[in-house]
Design a protein around this ligand. Structure first.
Ligand code: SF4
Ligand code: SF4
Length: 359
């Protein structure tokens, strides 16, 4: 296992992290714990969960696994999050989390899911930063972090606060273009940079043909998608949501055979991503200036899931609800002015897709 320092904190975390959002059966505690212990035995020490994963049951499993890790002297860091923003809400939440997680303090506590400047402003107005600082002073939280879906330079507002020791953000072969500017801003700050969805929420391994441009000879697309992220020295960890032990072993095998690329080779492969994803919104955001305020890249990202995600009943609805906190009805604000379509780098029929999404 390789380890990297989480920003300026001095904590060394594993380059492969364990995400607790995809357990095949979260109520099968023995199996979930077996998977987490196997991960810890292979050197994974960064375990990320959230109160919303399986309505708190992921945190409960984590708590039981941490107790086992303590008995076996296996080191671990716990990362979790909160959607709450008021002091009373956060205090109530963290009290329940510490109980479920069976630990006295959360190592990396995240302000969860900042999807827009408005969301951030509202939480700030509720006093979230002061509350997080107090929790740190009281020893209930070690490091203050944020999870962000902001694209382009929107993330600068968060980073300017100067309190965050790390950011959890989406970045993968599936969305290099849209997230590059945000990643550049994060790395310039030299803070922790943990990548969520390194496999595009399963889209990459499910579509090896589409992503074969990532692969070196003999490499699986899963290994290639992880390794290309590891090639960025500023990425501290990549969180994979493991559902089975086979899935875990596959990611661990990618680490075993890992050989970093030279920077020039890395950039050359990344430059192919827009070409290879023809017909799919790459999230470049050139269209993102709708006079009606439709957040077009987010709706098109959800539509990608319909095109690519074959094993979900409502891929668009799920993506809008769980990733972007948007409703289908927001797409109906489009007046078909055509401005976005003339700006689209991928020539996507945005108006038609929005109409379909709105229903
Ligand atoms: S076509 Fe619709 S989504 Fe595109 S810019 Fe015009 S109103 Fe906005
Ligand atoms: S719809 Fe087109 S312009 Fe807009 S983000 Fe997607 S690819 Fe880029």
């Amino acid at each position: 296992m390789l380890y990297r320092e989480y920003g300026q904190t001095g904590e060394k975390i594993s380059l492969l992290g364990f995400g607790g959002m995809r357990f095949k059966n979260v109520d099968d505690h023995d199996e979930c714990i077996r998977m987490m212990i196997a991960a810890a035995e292979k050197g994974i020490n960064y375990f990320d969960t959230a109160p919303g994963y399986f309505e708190g049951r992921s945190e409960t499993v984590f708590g039981k696994a941490f107790a086992q890790m303590r008995k076996r002297n296996l080191p671990y860091f716990c990362a979790t999050k909160t959607f709450e923003s008021t002091e009373s809400g956060i205090r109530k939440e963290i009290e329940a989390q510490l109980k479920r997680l069976d630990i006295p303090c959360i190592d990396f506590y995240h302000i969860w899911c900042i999807t827009s400047a408005d969301v951030w402003q509202k939480r700030k107005n509720d006093g979230i930063l002061d509350t997080f600082k107090k929790l740190k002073e009281e020893g209930l939280v070690k490091h203050i972090c944020v999870s962000s879906h902001l694209i382009k330079n929107q993330i600068n507002e968060l980073l300017m606060e100067g309190v965050f020791e790390g950011v959890l953000f989406g970045y993968s072969a599936y969305n290099f273009q849209t997230r590059q500017e945000a990643f550049d801003a994060i790395r310039a700050k030299k803070i922790g940079a943990v990548v969520m969805n390194p496999l595009g929420g399963g889209i990459i391994p499910q579509h090896p043909d589409l992503f074969k441009f990532l692969c070196r000879e003999g490499e699986s697309v899963t290994a290639a998608a992880l390794r290309i992220l590891w090639d960025h020295p500023e990425i501290t960890s990549t969180l994979v949501g493991f559902d089975t032990i086979e899935h875990l072993n596959e990611a661990l095998a990618a680490m075993d055979g890992y050989r970093p690329r030279a920077q020039a080779e890395l950039e050359e492969i990344k430059s192919k991503s827009a070409v290879s994803l023809e017909g799919i919104c790459t999230g470049c955001s050139y269209c993102d200036n709708c006079p009606q305020g439709v957040p077009i890249p987010r709706y098109m990202d959800a539509y990608n899931h319909k095109l690519l995600q074959k094993n979900s009943q409502d891929p668009i609805g799920d993506r809008l609800k769980w990733h972007w906190s948007l409703s289908r009805s927001g797409a109906a604000k489009c007046t078909a002015c055509g401005q976005c379509e003339s700006a689209c780098t991928q020539h996507i029929d945005i108006i038609k897709r929005l109409k379909e999404i709105a229903g």
